[in-house]
Write a protein that binds this ligand. Structure first.
Ligand code: PMP
Length: 372
């Protein structure tokens, strides 16, 4: 017998398993559309020029490998809060914001969960949109939160299901948490409009629901970080709500493997900010102790230099432009490929008798290309 007789086999994460299959495939035409990592026009990973320059400067100046403080690099935390809130709101909110460097976006969500759990007698309910990023249920479920899904997207109308969204907000238990994708909703890519965000914020405030933003794609969506941060600034600034923001620099700085993130909590009072930050420090100490330094130092340099920050804003435009142009090209190609001169009933019934030696391959190719 073993201490671990109760261990059961958990299948590997589907996306990462897919990448393993892709890597094992020897076909030169292979294409990986599974894992969400940016690739350049040649299909290669892209080190952002701004990041490259920051890295070179860091290395040229000499880099040591000392521990970072438990809360992470102070300059990085402050620069992140300023970036996400914008300078005006940052100036106003500064003393009421708690920050803690995290293991990228995932670690930030986890820290948010630890803090929310530690601050309530029993873990509040967490409302998660459906569909959503594959890890949300695991992160909050594994911390013991009761998780509820709500319908976010309507496959019929191919749009946000605002009615279901509002119905959830109107019925949710007060003091529950709602996970909000700040922009570039994963996996639908469908975000609320500014007006819809205002209505969501209004209802959440009225119902005393806590907004927890998953901000994994700021600047990566529209190419303009300030535009993508709109809902965060709306909830915290205009609406004066407390909110958590789980920031990741994986995508927008291409720092995937360096695990650069930050949890930011906007509170109502300086005292709450001081207290929650001290709790974040304790929670981080028991699990991570000192967050990784290299990526945070790079990000901090990019954010702390006007020149590098400008370069970075241009890099985000490069990435989002390439993605947008590929989306258009894919759409156009699909439209041309769809135009096969094959006539069949909508329910897929085909009369085999209509096939002959001369057309059978053409029909097979058209079906394969449309279906695959
Ligand atoms: N949230 C969403 C919606 C994501 O898509 C991702 C990455 N795929 C993350 C969070 C976290 O990523 P990371 O931990 O690498 O920052």
């Amino acid at each position: 017998s073993s201490w671990f007789d109760q261990a059961r086999f958990i299948p590997p994460d589907a996306i990462f398993a897919l990448t393993a299959q892709y890597l094992a495939d020897t076909c030169p035409q292979k294409v990986n559309l599974g894992q969400g990592t940016y690739r350049d026009a040649h299909g290669h990973p892209w080190v952002l020029p701004s990041v490259n320059k920051a890295r070179e400067t860091l290395l040229a100046r000499g880099l040591n490998h000392e521990y970072l403080p438990i809360l992470g690099l102070a300059d990085f935390r402050e620069a992140t809060a300023k970036l996400v809130l914008g300078s005006d709101l940052f100036t106003v909110q500064r003393s009421r914001v708690a920050t803690c460097q995290s293991l990228s976006g995932t670690g930030s969500l986890h820290l948010a969960g630890l803090l929310l759990r530690a601050c309530h007698d029993r873990p509040p309910k967490v409302y998660i949109p459906s569909p959503t990023w594959s890890n949300h249920h695991q992160v909050f479920g594994s911390l013991g939160f009761p998780c509820d899904s709500f319908k976010y997207y309507d496959h019929e109308t191919r749009d946000l299901d605002l009615q279901s969204y509002f119905a959830m907000l109107d019925q949710a238990e007060p003091n529950s948490v709602v996970i909000l994708h700040a922009c570039a909703h994963n996996p639908t890519g469908c975000d609320p409009s500014k007006e819809q965000w205002r209505e969501i914020a209004r209802r959440m405030k009225e119902r005393q629901l806590f907004p927890l933003f998953d901000a994994a794609y700021l600047g990566f969506n529209s190419g303009n970080l300030d535009e993508d941060a709109y809902p965060i600034r709306l909830f915290i600034g205009e609406m004066g709500m407390e909110a958590g923001v789980c920031v990741s620099f994986a995508k927008n700085m291409g720092l995937y493997g360096e695990r650069v993130g930050c949890f930011l909590l906007a509170t109502n009072t300086t005292e709450t900010a001081t207290n929650t930050q001290s709790m974040l420090e304790m929670l981080q100490r028991s699990e991570v102790s000192n967050p990784p330094g290299f990526g945070a130092k790079i990000a901090s340099r990019v954010l702390g230099s006007d020149e590098l920050k400008q370069m970075w804003y241009a890099d985000m435009v490069t990435m989002s432009d390439r993605i947008r142009s590929m989306r258009t090209a894919l759409y156009n190609h699909l439209n041309t490929f769809e135009q096969y001169h094959v006539y069949m009933a909508d329910n897929s019934r085909i009369s085999i008798a209509g096939l002959n030696e001369g057309n059978v391959e053409y029909v097979a190719r058209s079906i394969a290309e449309v279906l695959r």
